[in-house]
Ligand binder design. Structure first.
Ligand code: GDP
Ligand code: MG
Length: 242
C-alpha cells in the first residue's frame, strides 16, 4: 500500500526553535533515517510519484476528525498550513510540516494523519498499515477532547493500535478544547474551577488508557501548547543520537 505524503510546510528548524526552547536539542541531534518503505511516496509537481524519506523523528498527530488536530499543528508551527475544515473519512493521506536541520540533511517532521477513527473502525485492513506507520515514528500525539464524556470508541481504537508497552511508550494523550470543559467561564479562558475538573479528567483518562503522559490544552486559545511541545520533545529526544 502506498500513501501520498504532502508537505504543507517546509522550513529551516530555526523557525521552530525560536518558538520552543524544549526543541533546542534538535540543533545538534543526529536523526536516524528510514527509507525505501513502499508507503513512503509523495507526488512531485508533475504528479509523478517520487520517493520520500520518512524520518524516525516524525511526530504523528492522530485522533477523530473535529477534535482539533490541524488547529493544534497550526498553532505549534505558527502558520495556518494544515486545513482545519473537516476532511473526508477514510483518507489515508499524510500531511507534513518538514523542518531541515542545520548540520545535516536530516529533518524533523510534524505530521497529520486524518481520518483515523472512523476509517479504522470501518476497515480492519488498514490497521496493520497504521500500526506500521506509527511504529516508525518517535512520538504519537493522540488527540482527545477535554470536554468529552464518552471515551469508549477512542479506547477501542487505542487498544487496537497500541498493542504493546513499546508502542504505548511513544504516546501522549492530548486533551484539546480545555476551554470547553464545564463550568465554562465568560471572563477567563480557563478558570480555576475548570482547572479542578481538568485535573480530574486527566486522572480519568490516565486510568482508562493506562498512559501517564496526559496533558490538557486549548489549541484555539493557545493555552498549554508549550507544555504539549515539551512532552513531544522528551519523546523525540529519546530517539535521536546526541
Ligand atoms: N473552543 C475550541 N475550539 C477548538 C479548539 N481547537 C480546535 N477547535 C475548533 O474545532 C474545529 C475542528 O478543528 P480541526 O483542527 O479542523 O480538527 P481536526 O479535524 O481534528 O483537524 C474547528 O472549528 C476549530 O476552530 C479549542 O481548543 N477550543
Ligand atoms: Mg484536520
Amino acid at each position: 500500500m502506498s500513501v501520498t505524503v504532502t508537505r504543507v510546510h517546509e522550513a529551516n528548524i530555526s523557525q521552530l526553535l525560536s518558538r520552543y526552547d524544549s526543541l533546542k536539542f534538535l540543533e545538534t541531534a543526529k536523526v536516524p533515517k528510514l527509507q525505501k518503505y513502499e508507503w513512503t511516496w509523495q507526488e512531485d509537481k508533475n504528479g509523478r510519484k517520487v520517493s520520500w524519506e520518512y524520518y524516525q523523528t516524525s511526530v504523528i498527530f492522530i485522533g477523530k476528525s473535529g477534535y482539533g488536530k490541524s488547529t493544534t499543528l497550526n498553532k505549534i508551527i505558527g502558520k495556518d498550513v494544515f486545513e482545519t475544515d473537516d476532511v473526508e473519512a477514510c483518507t489515508k493521506d499524510l500531511y507534513c510540516a518538514v523542518y531541515h536541520l542545520n548540520h545535516s540533511n536530516d529533518c524533523f517532521a510534524l505530521c497529520d494523519l486524518p481520518g483515523v477513527g472512523e476509517s479504522m473502525q470501518a476497515d480492519e485492513k488498514y490497521m496493520e498499515w497504521y500500526r506500521k506507520m506509527l511504529s516508525y515514528s518517535s512520538c504519537v500525539v493522540y488527540v482527545l477532547r477535554a470536554d468529552q464524556r464518552d471515551f469508549s470508541i477512542d479506547e477501542k481504537i487505542f487498544k487496537k493500535l497500541f498493542q504493546n508497552k513499546y508502542a504505548r511508550s511513544k504516546v501522549i494523550l492530548a486533551l484539546n478544547c480545555a476551554d470547553k470543559i464545564e463550568p465554562v467561564s465568560r471572563c477567563e479562558i480557563i478558570s480555576e474551577k475548570q482547572k479542578v475538573n481538568l485535573k480530574r479528567k486527566v486522572a480519568e483518562v490516565r486510568r482508562i488508557f493506562g498512559i501517564d503522559n496526559v496533558v490538557y490544552y486549548s489549541a484555539y486559545y493557545d493555552v498549554g501548547l508549550k507544555r504539549l511541545v515539551q512532552e513531544i520533545a522528551e519523546k523525540v529526544n529519546g530517539k535521536v543520537e546526541n
